[in-house]
Design a binder for this molecule. Structure first.
Ligand code: SF4
Length: 363
């Protein structure tokens, strides 16, 4: 019989489980504090509960924390990449970026990804599985334990598409923001998606549900990368069925109902998405709802690039993009239109930990 993992339970779920086990409800909080607040690795490490309950839990429950296999330090940035393994031997990566007094942990929601974005190494490795909630949150606990740093911000921008593992993603948010656990404020958490019809609206409704009040300030980032539907379909295959007008109207709903700002992630591909028409469309979009645009330099991903990115086929071309004055010119033009725009730095690019570079082969 497969055992249930205590790391997968929100506090509410644990309370229901205690009722099911004929245990007092307050035991749920004791277990939650040990497992999510103190990173207990074994059931016998749970503090304050009777020996008989420990034995009962050991018979049918486990703690499915991810296991660390390797930590890689960046030489040029204050960034570390973690290679973790789940109990069923799936490998995933997480990243810790320490800058400006913030420790941002970038976490994965799937082992691999079947969306297949052309610019993304994870998309090139295929899909292995959806991570359970415990496997998502334990990346944060393990990064904290291994680095000795207190996580201040969480971004769901590692391997996988969070909205294709929706229930576990939402559950993990409830766990990470619970004040009895690691208690990350929800305004410091961003979930990033390439955009799926109905899911952004559902997310807005879910985070506004009074039962989920600890997550109500979670921010949303759309991996936009181009405002041209035709080009976007080539870069992000799922956008064929999830066209931009539908996604924009869901984003407007998200802002109108939650009041939470939206970020657009925009990888800069010189000559492909930096024309004057792109600037016009981005300007219009940025005025639609309060938002900001993060411009991200394109990073080498170590996989063959197909059309339309095959023009950047070798590393020399890509390095040229990083230093090219056209990138700063593009940003200047957007700023001149009063668009709120930031250049995201390439933290961890030297250890393949920057945006779009995460990929592992399960061997
Ligand atoms: S960018 Fe996100 S959705 Fe696209 S392949 Fe990579 S992980 Fe999947």
């Amino acid at each position: 019989m497969r055992t249930k993992s205590l790391l997968n339970f929100t506090l509410n779920d644990l309370e229901e489980e205690m009722v099911f086990l004929h245990e007092p409800k307050y035991r749920a909080e004791q277990i939650f504090v040990s497992v999510h607040g103190k990173n207990a690795k074994r059931i016998e490490d749970i503090k304050g509960i009777p020996f008989a309950l420990i034995k009962m839990l050991e018979a049918s429950y486990c703690i499915n924390s991810v296991r660390n296999l390797k930590v890689t330090d960046s030489l040029n940035f204050n960034t570390k990449k973690y290679l973790f393994e789940t109990e069923d031997k799936q490998r995933i990566e997480s990243v810790l970026i320490s800058e400006k007094g913030r420790n941002t942990v970038c976490i994965s929601t799937q082992a691999g990804c079947n969306v297949g974005c052309e610019f993304c190494a994870t998309g090139k490795m295929g899909f292995n599985k959806n991570l359970e909630a415990g496997e998502i949150v334990s990346q944060v606990y393990e990064v904290k334990r291994l680095s000795g740093e207190e996580p201040t911000n969480i971004v769901y921008m590692g391997m996988g598409e969070p909205f294709l593992n929706y229930d576990n993603m939402l559950k993990s948010l409830k766990i990470l923001t619970n004040e009895k656990g690691i208690a990350i404020p929800s305004r410091r958490i961003t979930v990033s998606t390439v955009g799926f019809k109905d899911k952004i609206k559902r997310f807005a409704d879910d985070i506004l549900n009074p039962e989920n009040k600890s997550v109500k300030n979670v921010k949303l980032a759309l991996s936009l990368h181009t405002t041209d539907n035709g080009l976007r379909e080539k870069l992000i295959p799922s956008s064929v069925k999830n066209r931009l007008p539908d996604i924009y109207s869901e984003l407007a709903y998200f802002y109108k109902t939650t009041g939470n700002k939206v970020t657009y992630e925009y990888i800069y591909f010189e000559g492909l998405n930096d024309t004057d028409s792109d600037i016009k469309r981005l300007t219009r979009l940025s005025k639609m709802i309060p938002s900001n645009i993060n411009i991200i330099p394109f990073h080498p991903i170590g996989f063959e690039l197909n059309e339309p990115l095959n023009v950047f086929k070798n590393k020399k071309d890509i390095d040229k993009l990083h230093s090219d004055k056209n990138l700063s010119g593009f940003i200047k033009k957007l700023k001149a239109e009063k668009v709120v725009v930031n250049l995201r730095n390439s933290s961890g690019v030297d250890i393949d930990a920057a945006c779009g570079q995460l990929a592992v082969l399960n061997k």
